[in-house]
Design a protein around this ligand. Structure first.
Ligand SMILES: N[C@@H](CCC(=O)N[C@@H](CS)C(=O)NCC(=O)O)C(=O)O
Length: 203
């Protein structure tokens, strides 16, 4: 298996963490989707990372689908409950964490434009999505049932990758204020070897 992407992406990190947790061997192909000469569109017509290459005719994207693909391989530990409704709840929280990541990426891209071209309404809209999303995650983490429970699952991994990304890109540096359950979750997840091995590169 080849994982196409970059560890600066929270979505790519999520997939790497899942494979490390499950002990799945993979080759990491470092590719940026943002350059003119990027090979990413060769794997994913949408030009986005991650893509998981199984063979010449079998490539999986996006990260949500890759996570589901890896889960159906039935390799322990299971990162989703067997009960279908409970599994859907985990996937919804994964989608929530990923959606916050999407908003953070849009926000960062907008902030990279010359100040006179930046749309204040767009910046505000994305910030609001991030804040509302983090509040919803905090609520779930505080319950400790689907998120932040005794056993780690896909939602915990997605939420921790998102928080790692917010820290790394300094989006919403105050995210941790009044979100103690998310802080606890992040501290717990960042101690795992799978997270230590996928820290975003600083250079
Ligand atoms: N929903 C997608 C999001 C992937 C995504 O947005 N990746 C970013 C990098 S963090 C990307 O490749 N962006 C390139 C682009 O939008 O053209 C997933 O979960 O895989």
């Amino acid at each position: 298996m080849k994982l196409i992407g970059s560890y600066t992406s929270p979505f790519v990190r999520k997939i790497s963490v899942i494979m490390l947790e499950k002990g799945i061997t993979f080759e990491f192909i470092n590719e940026s989707p943002w350059t003119e000469e990027s090979h990413v569109p060769h794997y994913n017509p949408l030009g986005k990372i991650p893509a998981l290459v199984i063979g010449p005719e079998e490539v999986w994207y996006d990260s949500h689908i890759i996570a589901a693909y890896l889960e159906q391989l039935d390799i322990a530990p299971a990162l989703m409950p067997h009960d279908r409704l409970a599994a859907l709840k985990v996937q919804q929280l994964e989608a929530l964490a990923d959606g916050i990541g999407d908003a953070a990426v849009i926000l960062l891209r907008e902030q990279m434009r010359p100040p006179e071209l930046q749309m204040e309404s767009q910046l505000l809209r994305q910030r609001e999505k991030i804040l509302r999303g983090l509040d919803a995650l905090e609520k779930e983490a505080a319950k400790g049932v689907t998120l932040n429970s005794e056993t780690i699952n896909l939602a915990d991994i997605a939420a921790a990758c998102l928080i790692g990304f917010l820290n790394f890109r300094r989006v919403m540096p105050n995210w941790c204020v009044e979100r103690p359950a998310l802080v606890k979750l992040a501290e717990k997840m960042f101690q795992r070897e799978s997270f230590a091995r996928t820290v975003p590169p600083t250079a």
